[in-house]
Design a protein around this ligand. Structure first.
Ligand code: PRP
Length: 186
């Protein structure tokens, strides 16, 4: 079987629910930033699918920038060691920054990113995360916009990966247990 979707055990959030919630978040962000400068900072790679849908529902002028962070490597547990793979290409001093992320788990990644970006003196800094695995939190973190709170399961799809794959699934899903074993060549 070559179909990626055959690896899925359970769909946690389907396409209809994602579309609806992302639209609501975009509308809320549009209201909150009406008349203000806005810079969306997407955390690669997982945030990219969410960003591309979210920005099409944000009806105020804004720019997008990217940062690449890695904290998981190929593991399914966060290591707590956050590495910047690619920093922002622009200064953010005086800007209203909204960090766009796919998931907050332990919170290590965004606590680190928010702390780092705060030292660059933005006018404001907020967080928008599609998924919040709140019961796993290890460090306190305010998430200003949350799509869905989810249980403690390792999820893939809509930007989220396992060993680099499954980001393209159009829904958020849990894989069959045998699929979480190491893949050949990974
Ligand atoms: C994932 C996710 C967050 C982070 C959340 O990134 O995109 O950045 O883990 O975990 P935490 O709250 O426990 O820190 P990952 O390292 O898998 O990189 P990716 O986005 O490139 O897949």
């Amino acid at each position: 079987m070559c179909m990626l979707s055959a690896d899925v055990a359970k769909i946690l959030i389907d396409e209809v629910a994602l579309r609806q919630r992302v639209r609501e978040l975009g509308e809320q962000i549009s209201r909150d930033y009406c008349g203000q400068d806005l810079l969306l900072v997407c955390i690669l790679k997982g945030g990219v699918v969410f960003l591309s849908d979210l920005m099409r529902h944000i009806d105020v002028p804004h720019e997008i920038e990217f940062m690449a962070i890695s904290s998981y490597g190929d593991a399914t547990e966060s290591s707590g060691i956050v590495r910047i793979m690619m920093d922002l290409a622009v200064p953010i001093k005086g800007r209203n920054v909204l960090i766009v992320e796919d998931i907050v788990d332990t919170g290590y990644t965004l606590a680190y990113v928010k702390g780092l970006l705060s030292t660059r003196e933005p006018a404001s800094i907020r967080i928008c995360a599609l998924l919040d695995k709140a019961e796993r939190r290890k460090v306190p973190l305010q998430i200003d916009y949350v799509g869905f709170e989810i249980p403690n399961e390792f999820v893939v799809g809509y930007g989220l990966d396992f060993q680099g794959r499954y980001r393209n699934l159009p829904y958020v899903a849990v894989l069959k247990p045998e699929r979480y074993r190491k893949q050949p060549g990974k």
